[in-house]
Design a binder for this molecule. Structure first.
Ligand SMILES: *Cc1c(COP(=O)(O)O)cnc(C)c1O
Length: 378
């Protein structure tokens, strides 16, 4: 794709012989569509991995959020609280459901939704909160679950970026009423495209299964008492997912090694790497840094261009706060004096985070980054 041989991408999937073997098995079995043993196995094993009773495989993480809101009966006239700093799908799914997102600013260290501000954002119309475990850091789930219980609000984790992260001995996916995961190609565990909902609520899981498969009556074939969707995952995708899940400890360990090499290589610089609050066990999705000094989008773009052109290093800016995006700019926004999300985005940069990076690659990125920060000017 016109990249030099020493090019270091921000992310790439970690796929090996086990993924190949399972996909081949799925092809040979003839079960290439949305029934098959890998689907059942992925649902069973991912539920067990998260420590919940149910997992429903879906075609991606965005529809997982969408269908979970619908299954809970959330729609027009309802408000759903989402963080201002997230990938846009969190807010888009609320709009797809016909409800109104309310944007709430984030904590400066965890980068996740600020539970005190969530409390302020609640109105009689609030029907759900979607905390996002951003860049692998678990959101303040104890406070949010407590708030949800007190006020009867549905707490739906957006765990798309945090497979395997924990608070105490409980993994994300088991910390709210339900959780949405993505298995997109750049996520910690991939099926190519894919996603799922995990929950302990059997009725909710059943409703999601019904909606994702054209809302067909389980008792009577081709009888559809509601308007449904085709939000199914294929057995081919699930085959990749089963291989990834059986290798997941190894995948997480490699990512942790990448992060620790970065910490070593950037020790002594003023660059903050994957900040974390005490009391949680984050995972590293992407190596996320906060640059020292004062940054504009324009200065950051110049830095990114220099790294790409002079060093063959790919970097990614942080997500742009949802309130700055045209379709969302008139939504209610709850923040303190100044936007923490905007301040984080100004300074935030994601570095090459591929599992195959070794110490030498990482030293090369660290040294190029330090050099170019000094050279890029104000
Ligand atoms: C990736 C992602 C999604 C969407 O997942 P897709 O599988 O791409 O639809 C939702 N929320 C967050 C926070 C994500 O990072």
């Amino acid at each position: 794709m016109g990249t030099p041989p020493n090019f270091l991408p921000v992310a790439e999937p970690d796929l090996g012989p086990l993924e190949e073997r399972f996909v081949l098995e799925a092809v040979r079995s003839g079960w290439v569509s949305s029934l098959g043993e890998f689907i059942d196995r992925l649902e069973r094993e991912f539920a067990a991995f998260c420590g919940v009773e149910h997992c429903v495989a879906l075609s991606n993480g965005t529809v997982a959020l969408h269908v979970a809101l619908l299954a809970r009966g959330i729609g027009p006239g309802d408000e759903v609280i989402v963080p201002d700093l997230t990938f846009v799908a969190t807010a888009a799914a609320v709009i797809h459901a016909g409800a109104t997102p309310v944007l709430v600013d984030v904590d400066p260290v965890s980068m996740c939704i600020d539970p005190e501000l969530v409390e302020r954002a609640v109105t009689p119309k609030t029907k759900a909160i979607i905390p996002v475990h951003l860049y692998g850091h678990p959101a303040a789930m104890d406070a949010l679950r407590d708030l949800g219980r007190r006020k009867g609000i549905f707490v739906l984790e957006d765990a798309a970026e945090a497979h395997g992260a924990r608070i105490g001995d409980r993994r994300v996916g088991s910390l709210g009423d339900a959780a949405a995961f993505s298995f997109y190609g750049n996520k910690l565990l991939t099926t190519g495209e894919g996603g799922c909902i995990t929950t302990n609520d059997g009725a909710l899981a059943k409703k999601i299964r019904f909606l994702k498969d054209h809302a067909m009556s389980p008792e009577r074939r081709y009888f559809h008492p509601e308007v449904g969707f085709n939000y199914r995952m294929t057995n081919l995708q699930a085959a990749i997912g089963c291989a990834q899940l059986s290798r997941f400890d190894e995948l997480l360990a490699r990512k942790a090694a990448v992060l620790s090499h970065y910490r070593e290589a950037l020790r002594g610089s003023d660059i903050v790497i994957n900040p974390s609050l005490p009391g949680v066990e984050s995972v590293c999705w992407l190596v996320t840094t906060l640059l020292p000094g004062s940054w504009s989008a324009e200065r950051q773009a110049r830095l990114a261009r220099r790294l790409r052109e002079a060093h063959a290093i790919d970097v990614r800016p942080f997500f742009i706060p949802v309130h700055e995006l045209p379709p969302y700019k008139d939504l209610r926004l709850v923040q303190r004096d100044a936007s923490v999300s905007a301040a984080l985005t100004a300074r935030g940069l994601c570095l090459p985070s591929s599992n195959r990076l070794g110490r030498t690659d990482i030293a090369r990125v660290a040294s190029a980054l330090v050099t170019e920060i000094a050279a890029v000017g104000e």
